[in-house]
Design a protein around this ligand. Structure first.
Ligand SMILES: [Zn+2]
Ligand SMILES: [Zn+2]
Length: 385
């Protein structure tokens, strides 16, 4: 069948902060679901920064054209052989890490690090072939095995996680990436305890989810650092207690005065692009024995983390038992995170609906990414009829 999809013709435009309408929308031929595959009628897909990292050249896939989109949800249309956990009509979120459940990482409870992730940006689907083709036969890769800025996708069964039918699929979509990554980064990677002071750098979909998570875990003071006034104005809605404009005030100095010199127990970085100096700015807010969790994608050629000399540089890193941790998908498994977050949402303990600030049609996708780059949205979502 034919389906409309948003894709990139070629690798990045090399301008990470500007939109150049570089995402195309057009028809592709979609394969029938084969063994272990599921055809999903996509209803919503979140506008996450990670797709833009491919458009901007900060990240690359190995095959173009590449269908973008990795934060989707929809309705199962058809299942291939050997698919048992879903059937046509089921509502599902799409997980960009199709964890195998068998490798040593999966077996030890770290599905986000599954070996399958290594093939995710290489081009073909896991069966070694492509499920999307242009009219002239050109193979189209699916970003993160999903490419779900599309009316329909055919994906591996391990990318498909059932969700309750009562939940709006735009909300369910966010648990496929941003909400789970942000919430989990604070819950699983930052070790927040009641009474803690947490500094959150960046208030997009991930950052807002991390703030909600820090609040949920009992942090007393949650400081949001964001240069955009519109974001700082929204911060309290998610549970932030203080905000800082880093263009006007040093986050470290603010935290120093807030905590009588003790500094923050942890900082979480979800800014647009994780550059060495920005990571350093976040590191400078953390106390002895504290930790910095970095969540954002860095440029492929970034090769260091700045440890500012004002905070004792590398010497202090060792002597103060500092920690700097990475975080992928919030350090938990899609099959656990997605139903758990949606259960919290249904019990009115986690207002995921507040994350969705603007919706777009597929044809408006470049506008959606422009709005993201200009900081207009916490999360924009492409919705399909
Ligand atoms: Zn994402
Ligand atoms: Zn695995």
């Amino acid at each position: 069948m034919k389906t409309e999809v948003a894709y990139l013709e070629e690798s990045g435009i090399d301008d990470r902060y500007e939109s150049h309408d570089s995402i195309e929308v057009g028809e592709v031929e979609l394969a029938e679901p084969g063994v272990n595959e599921v055809h999903v009628d996509v209803k919503a897909c979140g506008i996450c920064h990670s797709d833009w990292h491919v458009a901007s050249g900060d990240n690359e896939v190995e095959h173009y054209p590449c269908a973008l989109g990795h934060e989707g949800a929809g309705v199962v249309q058809e299942t291939g052989d050997a698919v048992e956990h879903v059937e046509p009509g089921d509502h599902v979120a799409l997980a960009w890490m199709p964890a195998c459940g068998k490798c040593e990482f999966c077996a030890s409870g770290r599905q986000e690090l599954c070996h399958r992730g290594e093939g995710m940006l290489q081009g073909p689907q896991m069966h070694g072939d492509y499920n999307m083709h242009m009219d002239d036969g050109t193979e189209v890769s699916q970003y993160a095995y999903l490419g779900c800025f599309a009316e329909d996708v055919v994906v591996h069964k391990d990318s498909v996680v059932p969700v309750p039918k009562e939940v709006d699929l735009s909300i369910a979509a966010l648990t496929g990436c941003g909400a789970a990554t942000g919430f989990g980064s604070a819950q699983n990677r930052a070790d927040i305890e009641p009474g803690d002071t947490v500094v959150q750098f960046g208030l997009g979909g991930l950052g807002a989810s991390a703030v909600m998570s820090a609040d949920y875990q009992g942090a007393d003071r949650i400081v949001v650092v964001d240069p955009l006034e519109s974001k700082r104005e929204m911060a309290a809605e998610f549970g932030a207690t203080h905000t800082v404009n880093p263009d006007e005030e040093s986050p470290a100095e603010f935290v120093e005065s807030l905590t009588d010199g003790r500094m923050a127990d942890s900082a979480i970085f979800t800014g647009s692009v994780a550059l060495p100096e920005e990571i350093g700015e976040a590191y400078a807010t953390v106390r002895k024995g504290g930790e910095l969790v970095t969540v954002s994608s860095s440029p492929l050629d970034a090769d260091r983390i700045d440890l500012p000399v004002e905070t004792g540089g590398l010497f202090n890193f060792t002597m103060s038992e500092m920690e700097v941790k990475g975080s992928l998908y919030g350090g938990w498994a899609p099959n656990y995170a997605i139903p758990r977050l949606l259960e919290m949402y249904q019990q009115e303990n986690l207002p995921l609906d507040k994350l969705v600030t603007q919706t777009y049609s597929l044809n408006e996708i470049n506008e959606g990414y422009s709005d993201m780059l200009e900081g207009k949205n916490i999360r924009g979502v492409v919705e399909f009829d």
